[in-house]
Design a protein around this ligand. Structure first.
Ligand SMILES: Cc1cc2nc3c(=O)[nH]c(=O)nc-3n(C[C@H](O)[C@H](O)[C@H](O)COP(=O)(O)OP(=O)(O)OC[C@H]3O[C@@H](n4cnc5c(N)ncnc54)[C@H](O)[C@@H]3O)c2cc1C
Length: 531
């Protein structure tokens, strides 16, 4: 008999994709263990500073080839550091084909079939609907500029307790006021209340076949040093009857590809078809005088806007280009966003010719920093990303706290570039109408910057281009499920967390059924946390 630890359901990662099935299975009666690579922090631990040792403990800035990705590294995953914009994907997204000849989403999933799961997540987080009084200056300015250009713009629904929110704009660092409704405040405590065990600083390396009869998989992990995640502090293994991989889009394909040697053949789509959710960051430098004269906006007498760092990061969004009648790759959402780390990097200086990263124009641009408006277009990309060589351990090579190098490469093709060009033109028309401001491209060291990685282990009906079946099971590996952003097949034209969460809710009863089939006593129909 093996002396390896045992559990019914082992969950890798504690973000939306991990916490949601962990709750549902624990509440249903299963013994659930969650292994989470990052540390566990709460409101009192979060800092309001960009100094190294603060947010860098819980956020990874991942450098790939052609792309930089931002992701969470802590209990609660990216939900702890995210900006909480909570939107349902439009219906047309589920019919996307990209440059293939077939629908990329499984037939079983449409906006209509996902709506009940969206409902359940919105109730649980919960999601609040901002009025214009809740929207910060930057969001109001973007909305007024949209109206001036003949476009609509709406306040964005947020998973934020608006009564607790102080508009401090430090969401990237974790919320000190417990206003942001991250997994730390709903699914994870509810899972723990049903006996689930969360183990921080446990980095999963490998999944192999279990030796003990009745157990399918063995998961090997390294315990990492809390002060330097590169230093191992121990190793261990757990056998489980069901494994749920939810290490995030940047982690799940790496763990699975490393495990191919021990698990046997894994689907070819693992580690391919990555999507940055079509994220296209750009910047506008606003002319305070024109804002006052044209838009009639004043933050206070004599100050039109001048409010770059004030408020919640995401306030408003135009849905005008989310029109299912438009051709694929020409539909996008346009959003006002604020991203503290972005202020360390500068946009193009707006003058033709090199260098675009230094010089007098750049200095002048920095001087107007408080009048910058950061903008995000959420476009349709063509899933062009793929992983290269496996790192020796973990998901990537960690060179310092928060600074990591991944073998992910992403080079947008002509389809994606068409969407980028169309969204750039739409934003330029809004921002530059009547001389309100100057729309500037991004030059952040990497051409694409994304906080919304998706699709690196995607679901679908076609085994050649998807790794998971419609019930989130890895093809050829019964009892091994993937429920995080990596399962989402395509970019969404809106921020992805609500869709990841709804899919994880939808997957949970099926995982419970698979658990029952291997002798775990668990029900699949449990009330949402807190009800
Ligand atoms: C700064 C920022 C702002 C954002 N703002 C928004 C927004 O406003 N709206 C929105 O919809 N989306 C937003 N997002 C995106 C959203 O947060 C993510 O899409 C979503 O949280 C991803 O959930 P997930 O479960 O797929 O992955 P994650 O939440 O990233 O969870 C993966 C977890 O697995 C852990 N892990 C990774 N590897 C291992 C391993 N080897 N062993 C053990 N554990 C491991 C990670 O530490 C992490 O906790 C934002 C993201 C960021 C970074």
């Amino acid at each position: 008999m093996s002396l390896t630890e045992k559990t019914d359901v082992l969950v890798i990662g504690s973000g939306f994709g991990g916490a949601i099935p962990a709750y549902n299975l624990a509440a249903g009666g299963a013994k659930v263990t969650i292994l989470e690579r990052g540390p566990e922090l709460g409101a009192a631990d979060f800092t309001q500073s960009l100094e190294i040792g603060g947010y860098t403990r819980i956020v990874d800035l991942i450098q790939g080839n052609g792309i930089q990705v931002v992701a969470g590294n802590c209990v609660g995953g990216s939900s702890v550091v995210y900006f909480a914009a909570s939107l349902r994907a439009p219906s047309f997204v589920f019919n996307r084909r990209g440059s293939t000849d077939h629908r990329l989403w499984p037939r079983a999933i449409s906006r209509r079939t996902l709506d009940p799961w969206y409902d359940r997540v919105e109730e649980t987080l919960p999601v609040a609907h901002q009025t214009w009084d809740d929207v910060p200056y930057a969001g109001g300015l973007f909305a007024a500029a949209c109206r001036n250009a003949g476009h609509t713009c709406n306040p964005v629904p947020l998973a934020v307790d608006l009564d607790r929110c102080t508009n401090c704009n430090w969401m990237l660092n974790g919320c000190r006021f417990d206003a942001k409704r991250s997994m730390l405040l709903n699914y994870l405590p509810a899972a723990r209340a049903h006996g689930a065990e969360v183990r921080p600083l446990h980095e999963v390396q490998l999944i192999t076949k279990a030796l003990t009869p009745g157990y399918r998989y063995q998961v090997d992990y390294t315990v990492v040093n809390p002060n330097d995640y590169r230093i191992p502090a121990g190793v261990g293994s757990i056998e489980a009857k069901i494994v749920i991989v939810a290490a995030g889009t940047m982690g799940t394909p790496v763990i699975l590809r490393r495990s191919a040697a021990t698990l046997g053949k894994i689907p070819g789509a693992v580690g391919k078809y990555f999507s940055p959710n079509g994220d296209r960051v750009s910047m506008a430098v606003m002319d305070e005088r024109r804002i006052r004269d044209v838009l009639r906006l004043e933050r206070e007498p004599g100050v039109a806007y001048d409010a770059f760092p004030i408020g919640k990061p995401i306030g408003s969004m135009s849905y005008d280009y989310l029109n299912g009648q438009l051709p694929e790759f020409e539909r996008f959402g346009l959003q006002q966003i604020y991203f503290p780390a972005i202020t360390n990097i500068l946009p193009e200086d707006g003058t033709p010719g090199a260098p675009d990263w230094f010089g007098v124009d750049k200095k002048l641009l920095a001087k107007k920093w408080r009048s910058w408006l950061t903008l995000l277009a959420l476009t349709e990309d063509d899933n062009e990303g793929k992983w290269g060589a496996l790192p020796p351990t973990g998901n990537f090579i960690r060179v310092a706290s928060s600074a990591v190098i991944s073998s992910l490469s992403y080079h947008p093709n002509a389809h994606t570039l068409r969407g980028f060009a169309a969204s750039d033109a739409a934003l330029r028309a809004i921002v530059e109408k009547d001389g309100l401001g100057q729309h500037l491209d991004w030059t952040g060291g990497q051409p694409v910057l994304s906080a919304h990685p998706l699709a690196s282990c995607r679901m679908g009906d076609d085994p050649a281009t998807s790794a998971l079946t419609a019930d989130h099971q890895l093809r050829g590996h019964p009892g091994l499920f993937v429920t995080d952003g990596s399962a989402v097949p395509t970019s969404l034209t809106v921020n992805p967390s609500l869709t990841i969460a709804a899919l994880a809710e939808r997957a949970s009863p099926g995982i419970a059924a698979a658990a029952r089939a291997v002798g775990i006593s668990v029900v699949g129909d449990v009330p949402p946390p807190g009800r």
